[in-house]
Design a protein around this ligand. Structure first.
Ligand code: PGA
Length: 261
């Protein structure tokens, strides 16, 4: 059985003081809550990555950190952007790419995300690529085509060992945020199975088994256990329910309890 990943992006939330308070709870509780088979991760805004990484490391917490986005260029005249080297320099080891809010609000497209995946791997950052169908695409019955296409473009040009470094998060756009409806476990499993099958068709069954596939979108303490029990779901990517550190630890504990059964 695979180990599971369970993480949160704070999106555009938290000051330094709030981040420190969050980390203090994680230092006290997260290792015990997550146990040996759950790999937790936290993705703060850029301004807090260094502090959060340092505080968790000094506190002996097994928790990866990441960035919510980055530019694909190594360096240069890109005012307001953050390079892969800068993300690494802050201590992050993950980088989230292609979240639907980036695609919708900042016009990121699949080709941009593909360049960012390549850049992340050049800098030893594990890309966490979000794919998702809109409510309209779901209504048209093209959810699988939509997310498989997004995933294939993101991975284009990678060798098998690189593909295994990439984490894919299925995040239905209709499930994310206030007003979102969480996918049922059956809906999520159907899409995850299709993603796994598409990976097997392109890269072979061994690589497909080694890629971590997460589910995200309105995960909460009530639906997390059913989602995590799906055979093709390797973990959860959580927003609002994990913005409070106690909530994050509780979700990690729920996942660990199920995983150790
Ligand atoms: P949510 O966010 O859990 O608040 O719906 C999920 C996400 O955007 O990754």
């Amino acid at each position: 059985m695979r180990n599971l990943m369970l993480g949160t992006s704070w999106k555009m939330n938290k000051t330094l003081e709030e981040a420190n308070a969050y980390c203090d709870v994680l230092v006290n509780r997260l290792n015990a809550a997550a146990g040996p088979h759950i790999q937790p991760f936290v993705i703060p805004p850029f301004t807090l990555i260094r502090e959060v990484t340092t505080r968790l490391r000094q506190g002996g917490v097994n928790c990866l950190t990441g960035a919510q986005n980055m530019h694909y260029a190594d360096a240069g005249a890109w005012t307001g952007e953050i390079s892969p080297a800068m993300v690494r320099d802050c201590g992050a080891t993950l980088v989230e790419l292609g979240h639907s809010e980036r695609r919708r609000d900042f016009a990121e497209n699949d080709a941009d995300i593909q360049k960012k995946v390549q850049a992340a791997l050049r800098y030893q950052l594990r890309p966490l690529v979000c794919v998702g169908d809109s409510a309209q695409e779901k209504g048209w019955g093209v959810s699988i085509e939509t997310v498989v296409r997004q995933m294939k473009i993101a991975l284009a040009g990678l060798a098998r060992p690189q593909v295994e470094q990439v984490i894919i998060a299925y995040e239905p756009v209709w499930a994310i945020g206030d007003g979102g409806t969480p996918a049922t476990a059956d809906e999520a499993q159907t899409i995850h199975r299709a993603l796994r099958q598409a990976l097997a068709d392109t890269y072979g069954p061994d690589t497909a088994e080694n890629v971590t596939l997460l589910y995200g979108g309105s995960v909460n303490p009530h639906n997390s256990s059913a989602l995590i029990q799906c055979p093709d779901i390797d973990g959860l990517f959580i927003g609002r329910s994990a913005w409070d550190a106690e909530g994050f630890c509780r979700l990690a504990h729920n996942a660990a309890t199920w995983r150790e059964r």
